[in-house]
Ligand binder design. Structure first.
Ligand code: AMP
Ligand code: MG
Length: 419
């Protein structure tokens, strides 16, 4: 593998001390190689997993032309411009085929899903016919081939329907089942380890000492990773101590495809972590032109990618959603489009913004009558985790943009889409 620094320094406009948010995504992407190993699993276990094969139907779905309605299967060529009187020759039920052919002047009572009897091509719904014993009176105005579902109209034999690299949805599971397939080849789950760093961190269960805070980052990280469907290893809290950090990095990188840490990358702390990481692998320290979440480390230790996130709780979540999520999905073998959609919505209030950095303000998308608008959750400090709980979207204010007036369109990313 060529060096990470070598790869990113070739990118246009790469500046580790003032990196645009979109450049950081590009730089990370340029360095990643997705995991390749796959496994075969039962269809029901494959929900959310990444497909590792193309699905090409070997049969048509439906397999036969069949009725879309309850009614009468007729020969369209029999129908007159006025009323037509036909003779009922039998019944066709779903799963029970009408044996024999239907001749001129005949029709067959048919149920939804029943195979079209030979000779028929059109279904007249039962509500419009008049029935008198075996005499069936069809009114005028029927259209050729109406109310028939054709063989292969859902899936055609030989035409690929699901491509390798997509995350499987509930509809996909049903679709695969409709082909009679019971097992799927999927990419193995990505293994992700994480730990928090900081001498001030207390773990749940221990009383808080003077100057300590409970470690919340490992819980938000756990939640975000669980939603991505990766295999998670929580390695706990590690003190700001070179020996403890070194052994944590070694352990994490030896057992996982990616390691996420929080804390220890801000200017005051970076030097010592930098030295340590330099010893273990290749790690770049970035100052990203964004808020929140300016400092971040990215690199490789052994066979594992490292994401060194800032310590502030909101910065952890923003950098995870904006950089780590994309990277982990890419590593997991996703090749479908999983970018978080950006929607344009008018701002309900003016928004403070400084040009020269991308801001990810926490927003609430709400309705005023029929019009959707967005406002912020209020206090935007990177330690105010409540702002993430209250928000239902990010308001993404672009790098060049300055202050926003009420009524101007802004980009929002729904947090629901982040799952
Ligand atoms: P750092 O990036 O290590 O300088 O930390 C920045 C701020 O985030 C400090 O106020 C830390 O106390 C806080 N912080 C760091 N790690 C955590 C954590 N795991 N849980 C909650 N707060 C944290
Ligand atoms: Mg710290």
């Amino acid at each position: 593998m060529s060096g990470i620094l070598q790869t990113v320094s070739c990118l246009d406009g790469y500046d580790p001390d003032a990196l645009r948010a979109d450049k950081a995504t590009e730089a990370i992407r340029a360095c990643l190689s997705p995991i390749g190993e796959a496994e075969k699993i039962p269809v029901r276990e494959s929900l959310g997993r990444v497909l590792a094969e193309d699905i090409v139907p070997s049969i048509n779905v439906p397999a036969h032309d069949n009725s879309a309605m309850d009614g009468y299967a007729v020969r369209f060529s029999d129908l007159q411009p006025e009323e037509t009187v036909l003779t009922e020759a039998g019944s066709a039920f779903a799963g029970r085929v009408f044996e024999g052919a239907v001749g001129p002047g005949q029709c067959v009572r048919i149920m939804t899903g029943a195979v079209m009897p030979a000779g028929t091509d059109t279904v007249v719904i039962q509500e419009v016919v008049k029935k008198d014993g075996e005499r069936i009176v069809v009114p005028p105005g029927q259209k050729a081939r109406q109310n028939v579902r054709y063989a292969g109209e859902d899936l055609k034999a030989g035409v690929p329907v699901l491509r390798s690299g997509r995350a499987l949805t509930p509809a996909d599971l049903g679709l695969v089942a409709s082909l009679g397939i019971g097992e799927l080849k999927v990419v193995r789950k990505l293994r992700v380890a994480f730990f928090s760093t900081g001498d001030e961190l207390a773990s749940i269960g221990a009383p808080l000492k003077q100057g300590e805070v409970y470690d919340s980052n490992r819980y938000t990280l756990y939640g975000m990773l669980a939603r991505l469907g990766v295999e998670i290893a929580d390695l706990g809290v590690v003190r700001d101590d070179p020996a403890a950090l070194e052994s944590a990095f070694r352990k994490a990188s030896s057992q996982s495809d990616a390691v996420i840490t929080t804390g220890g990358v801000s200017v005051g702390e970076a030097d010592f972590v930098k030295q340590l990481m330099g010893k273990l692998g290749e790690v770049l320290f970035w100052k990203i032109a964004m808020r929140p979440g300016r400092p971040m480390a990215f690199g490789r230790i052994g066979n594992s990618y490292l994401f060194g996130l800032p310590g502030n709780p909101v910065a952890v979540m923003v950098t995870f959603y904006q950089f780590v999520r994309d990277a982990l999905l890419h590593l997991s073998g996703r090749t479908d489009d999983y970018a978080i959609p950006l929607l344009k919505v008018p701002a309900a209030v003016p928004l403070r913004k400084v040009a020269g950095r991308t801001e990810y303000q926490r927003g609430i998308l709400f309705r005023e009558g029929a019009q959707w608008k967005v406002r912020t959750t209020g206090q935007q400090g990177s330690g105010v985790l409540r702002s993430m709980s209250e928000a239902n979207c990010f308001i993404v204010l672009e790098h060049e943009r300055g202050r926003v007036e009420a009524g101007e369109l802004v980009s929002v990313q729904l947090m629901d889409a982040l799952r």
